[in-house]
Design a protein around this ligand. Structure first.
Ligand SMILES: C[S@@+](CC[C@H](N)C(=O)[O-])C[C@H]1O[C@@H](n2cnc3c(N)ncnc32)[C@H](O)[C@@H]1O
Length: 243
């Protein structure tokens, strides 16, 4: 049973793969999601470190609920991503778009998994985040990537030529999730998707994608494994719907 179920938003608490398997074929117009990256290092020890240490600048004092599922090794990450991406493909309508976040280290694994799951890889959108930490004597890693793909020929809904690079800072003061994505970035990404359509997000986190969907008139289906983040996301979605 979803913990939130209205005509504008549904939120499930549980494992994405298990819940995806309960959703009907060809029932969502878009998949926009930000899974755990399992990134942060070359070695197993580095990957298995606490995500709060891997992804947070050392001087940051804020703490967030624990992020689950972020410590797979490379082979199991690719296999696992292929499994949930294949379920997303089944649940998506023909012509649906997939947009999935990743970082530079996991980009090859994610593009392999996307294609293994049946999606047609279409390209990358770059999220430029100027607030990323500087690296002495090395290039600043101030970009994350959105792998874009489609289920067959994608629908075209925007009447603009959309950019390939979006620049948005993380709103550190407002964020409630360790790796929360800026809502304005998600709103920008939704411009390529069906107005009024159904957007599936199997890794909802704090519900930022849900907020972007609701604010642009799209229906949202989210799934989140962490009880704390599910509660935060449900609260956020209810507030946006009440506003
Ligand atoms: C990168 S975060 C998403 C952050 C979100 N985009 C936001 O802006 O708040 C990935 C989320 O996936 C959740 N997660 C990890 N494994 C999961 C699983 N098997 N099923 C559902 N959610 C999972 C984590 O708890 C985490 O909140």
């Amino acid at each position: 049973m979803p913990i939130l179920d209205t005509d504008r938003a549904t939120l499930h608490h549980g494992d994405s793969l298990a819940i995806l398997r309960t959703l009907p074929d060809c029932s969502v117009d878009t998949v926009l999601t930000d899974p755990p990256y399992s990134s942060g290092g070359m070695t197993m020890g580095a990957r298995q470190a606490d995500p709060a240490k891997k992804y947070q600048q050392t001087r940051t004092k804020r703490s967030y609920p624990a992020m689950i599922g972020d410590n797979r090794d490379q082979r199991s990450f690719t296999l696992w991503a292929s499994l949930w991406l294949a379920e997303c493909w089944r649940v998506a309508v023909p012509g649906a778009r997939l947009m999935v976040f990743t970082d530079w280290r996991q980009l090859p694994a994610m593009t392999d998994a996307v294609q293994a799951a049946g999606w047609m890889w279409r390209g990358l959108v770059v999220w430029h985040k100027p607030s990323a930490r500087p690296v002495l004597g090395d290039f600043k890693r101030d970009a994350e990537f959105v792998v874009t793909a489609s289920k067959g020929k994608p629908g075209t809904f925007s009447r603009r030529c959309l950019p390939g690079v979006y620049r948005h800072n993380v709103n550190a003061a407002r964020k409630i999730h360790l790796t929360e994505k800026p809502v304005p970035l998600l709103v920008d990404l939704l411009e390529a998707t069906k107005p009024g359509g159904v957007v599936l997000d199997p890794f909802a986190g704090s519900g930022s994608t849900g907020e972007a969907c609701l604010s642009t008139g799209r229906r949202y289906i989210g799934i989140e494994l962490s009880q704390e983040y599910t509660a935060l996301a449900a609260d956020r979605l209810q507030k946006v719907m009440a506003a």
